[in-house]
Design a protein around this ligand. Sequence first.
Ligand code: NI
Length: 138
Amino acid sequence: MEKEKYQRFSVSLPEDLRKEFDSVCEKIGMSRSDAIRKAMRDYIGEYRLAHEDKSLSSGSITIILNHDERSGLMDDITDLEHDYHEIIQSTLHVHLDHDNCLIVHAVKGPISEIEKLFQEFLKRPEIKLVKKNMMITE
Ligand code: NI
């Protein structure tokens, strides 16, 4: 792998912000440069998640639902998982208690496709909770 080129740059910021930042870096044991690199990647990733539909992203969509067979919801979810098999890489099903299931979908693909799947889960009122956690990894 080719070694990345590094550049130095200086920034102006309020003294309080710098002190607080350094204090957090010290608490987590990370150098200021490592922390800033990480923060910049997060910041760029958040921008791209919001603005670049065709960018590739990966992460998870987690849902909580009542598995009651009479509602047909589980069949509906399975159909949806098959429709989106190209972006759903893996599924984890946890039986939380007698009635409730937690299903985690690990996803990878264009942001726009992942968003479509997220909306499909959101629009089903029988699903109690829907959470999305996405990252830009490319
Ligand atoms: Ni279950």
